[in-house]
Design a protein around this ligand. Structure first.
Ligand code: AQP
Length: 330
């Protein structure tokens, strides 16, 4: 079976963007591939994070994964900091990554803009290297991510190829798996930016855990434009985003949705999209509630997952250590 690796940061609770852009795909792929899905808590501390929030969000993300349909019997679910090989290979790959290439990463540029320049950590800068380590440890063939992560996948490939060329074949060079309709879900408040769980404005995102009333309210407030016509056009990013959300849930094409709403107003459209999202999330939310009340069950899953992941990760780490000339201890 081909191997898949992917992860999400517990930098908050998951958003509709995380779900429609990535998680739904993960679920579709689980029976066909050997899947490793990780909660990347080490990535989440690259920007300031309260310990109690990190603990809470880490379990929430795991519960979100399972509630969205990942089957812990079928896939390996684990927490990144539980498998120390991630940190170890991360360091090693730092020594095969260049300052210049990391400085070109748009996520770094965007996130560092939002921080006081004295508070930008080295961890934020080398984030893509740790991500490369995450993926390469499992010799992943495919990495299902949203469009926003394409650049990080490219650098992962570059680092893997560089290492393989310098020594010999060590890492599988992974391919991104971005579904064609994997359009970025945009912020409801600034439709030119992606929907992000760490956005300071909570009207900008829908969380998988948002109640029906919050979802309706946030869609009512969604920023649109003054055109007054529902069209799938870059000139109307707010409306386009709502059409995308509708389309990804109902599987209707944007053209079908546009035709359906000919002559209708934004208010009606927003209310309808809100209902579609409420209905999609309802069964997921019931499962999340249940899982978060059963922490022992979650614990069993992440402990078992870490054991399985560790065995595979150690093998790759050992190989890479040997290639660079580290002396094996046993
Ligand atoms: N708006 C989005 N549309 C489509 N896909 C998205 N993803 C994230 N936002 C969108 C996909 O979700 C996965 C998890 O991403 P992550 O947690 O590693 O971090 P991120 O991409 O930086 O996501 P966020 O929500 O924006 O987190 P913060 O706010 O902490 O930076 C990835 O596969 C991503 O493509």
């Amino acid at each position: 079976k081909k191997v898949i690796f992917s992860g999400m940061q517990p930098s908050g609770s998951l958003t509709l963007g995380n779900y429609l852009g990535a998680l739904k795909n993960w679920v579709r792929l689980q029976s066909e591939y050997d899947c490793y899905y990780c909660v990347v808590d080490m990535h989440a501390i690259t920007v300031p994070k309260e310990p109690k929030d990190l603990r809470k969000n880490t379990l929430e993300v795991l519960a979100n994964y399972i509630a969205a349909g990942l089957d812990p019997e079928q896939v390996t679910l684990f927490i990144q900091s539980h498998v120390s090989a991630h940190a170890e290979l991360g360091w090693l790959l730092n020594c095969f990554s260049y300052y210049g290439e990391l400085g070109r990463m748009t996520q770094f540029k965007d996130k560092s803009k939002k921080q006081d320049s004295n508070a930008i950590t080295a961890g934020l800068f080398t984030y893509p290297v740790l991500m490369a380590a995450d993926i390469l440890l499992y010799q992943a063939d495919l990495v299902p991510v949203g469009e926003d992560q394409r650049q990080h996948l490219e650098i992962t490939r570059d680092i893997a190829q560089r290492f393989n060329n310098r020594f010999s074949e060590t890492f599988k060079v992974p391919d991104p798996f971005i579904s064609k309709d994997g359009a970025k879900i945009m912020s409801l408040q600034e439709p030119e930016s992606k929907m992000s769980k760490s956005d300071s404005n909570d009207n900008s995102y829908i969380l998988l855990m948002d109640g029906a009333d919050a979802i309706r309210r946030k869609f009512k407030r969604a920023v649109t434009d003054s055109e007054g016509v529902i069209r799938f056009s870059d000139a109307q990013p707010g409306v386009k985003n709502l059409i995308n959300i509708h389309s990804k849930i109902t599987d209707k094409t944007p053209a079908e949705i546009v035709a359906e709403y000919e002559g209708k107003g934004y208010a009606q459209f927003k209310d309808d999209v809100a209902e579609i999202v409420v209905d999609e999330l309802k069964p997921i939310q019931e499962k999340i509630d249940y899982l978060l009340k059963n922490k022992d069950y979650l614990e069993k899953i992440y402990i078992h997952g870490a054991e399985k992941a560790e065995a595979v990760a150690r093998k790759t780490l050992r190989k890479a250590y040997k290639k660079v000339g580290f002396i094996p201890r046993f």
